[in-house]
Design a protein around this ligand. Structure first.
Ligand SMILES: NC(=O)C1=CN([C@@H]2O[C@H](COP(=O)(O)OP(=O)(O)OC[C@H]3O[C@@H](n4cnc5c(N)ncnc54)[C@H](O)[C@@H]3O)[C@@H](O)[C@H]2O)C=CC1
Ligand SMILES: [Mg+2]
Length: 341
């Protein structure tokens, strides 16, 4: 039974920036979604994140690190011509954002072209997004995740589920239409929760996770459920515990496996009721971890190499699970481990 509920943003809301540049960028993006001609013009001067069958193109930087490549649209146009590609391919680009320099950003899947030939032309490598998430560090990661999610949605939404006819996209790729039916990209709401008993935090792993990785508990919202109902149900179902209180932290779009909207929370259980009863049809394992174990794991370089001694490791920095675990560690270190920490 939920005893108390406190909701507060743990991270400063990005949208509180009051600079007029932000406002004009958002209004520009909104116009591009509504005006096909303006979007087509923006595409000519835009930047494109390339994908091959949903794997993003990564390039090596001068410092030897990898980053997702944003290529000027004019370069993509020339290279597509060199590869004898149909000129209409570029028009399949999907709008994903706008840079601080007011340059529209797009993504494009060139999966119909030879992968090795494209990689050679652009001087990069297409890498599976899950693997890319473990090695990328740049601010462009959420943009790449959004790009892959939108490209997947277009690839799987070509037909109208009511009429069976082909659907048609607008130039920005923000919707698909069949006669009077409009389809928008979909996300499934998921609650992800870091449970604490005030001294330790609870992590679990599914058998599908990479070897040794543990994460916060997560579960899809059922139709009609509130955030708090999903949270309490998932914790009860997966580990057999009753949540006493919880607080909202932050949210994230997660592209795997089919676009989830992750609502991140901290929850507490009574220190006297911490005995786990793990549902092994959902989780391979779930355990309580001490502050010392978490602190050490947050400093482990991931992904671990083959042959490394067995230890547990945590999701990468881009994952909201990592943010929740880091917040918990910081609060514990400040001696604020009670309540909803
Ligand atoms: N960004 C992050 O830090 C993390 C993200 N996640 C994501 O959270 C999501 C949910 O976690 P799970 O423990 O797998 O959920 P879960 O505990 O609800 O179990 C998954 C099962 O729920 C059912 N289900 C109900 N609604 C569904 C829907 N809309 N889509 C797909 N399956 C649905 C299916 O039977 C599925 O096998 C996963 O997709 C995972 O990728 C999980 C942990 C960390
Ligand atoms: Mg789950």
């Amino acid at each position: 039974m939920l005893r108390s509920l406190r909701i507060f943003p743990a991270t400063k809301c990005q949208l509180t920036r009051c600079c007029s540049g932000f406002v004009s960028r958002m209004r520009y993006l909104n116009r591009l979604k509504e005006d096909d001609a303006a979007c087509a013009a923006a595409l000519q001067d835009g930047l494109i994140f390339l994908f091959h069958r949903l794997s993003p193109l990564l390039q090596r930087t001068n410092r030897g690190t990898l980053r997702a490549a944003a290529v000027p649209s004019s370069d993509v146009h020339l290279i597509l011509q060199r590869l004898n590609s149909d000129a209409s391919l570029l028009k399949e680009s999907v709008l994903i954002g706008c840079s601080e320099q007011n340059q529209a950003q797009f993504c494009l899947d060139v999966g119909e072209l030879n992968q090795a030939a494209v990689e050679e032309e652009f001087g990069g490598t297409f890498i599976d997004l899950r693997k890319a998430f473990l090695i990328l560090a740049g601010a462009e990661v959420p943009l790449v995740a959004k790009g892959q999610a939108l490209l997947r949605w277009h690839q799987t939404s070509r037909f109208c589920s009511a009429t069976g006819e082909l659907t048609h996209r607008n130039q920005a790729g923000s919707q698909r239409v069949c006669n009077s039916i409009i389809y928008y990209p979909k996300m499934s709401p998921v609650v992800i929760v870091l449970v604490s008993d005030g001294r330790r935090c609870l992590l679990g792993r599914q058998s599908s996770f990479p070897r040794g990785m543990y994460s916060a508990l997560a579960g899809f919202c059922d139709m009609g459920e509130t955030l708090e109902e999903t949270l309490c149900r998932e914790v009860a179902e997966e580990v057999g515990l009753e949540v006493q209180s919880f607080s909202y932290s932050s949210s994230q779009h997660w592209p795997f496996p089919h676009s989830s909207f992750m609502l991140g929370c901290h929850a507490s259980v009574r220190p006297t009721h911490t005995q786990l009863s793990v549902d092994h049809s959902e989780l391979e394992d779930a355990r309580w971890f001490s502050l010392e174990e978490i602190t050490a794991a947050l400093h482990v370089k991931i992904p671990p190499r083959r042959g490394d001694p067995p230890f547990f490791w945590l999701p990468p920095k881009h994952a909201i699970a990592n943010r929740l675990i880091t917040e918990w560690m910081e609060r514990q270190q400040l001696g604020n481990g009670e309540g909803t920490s």
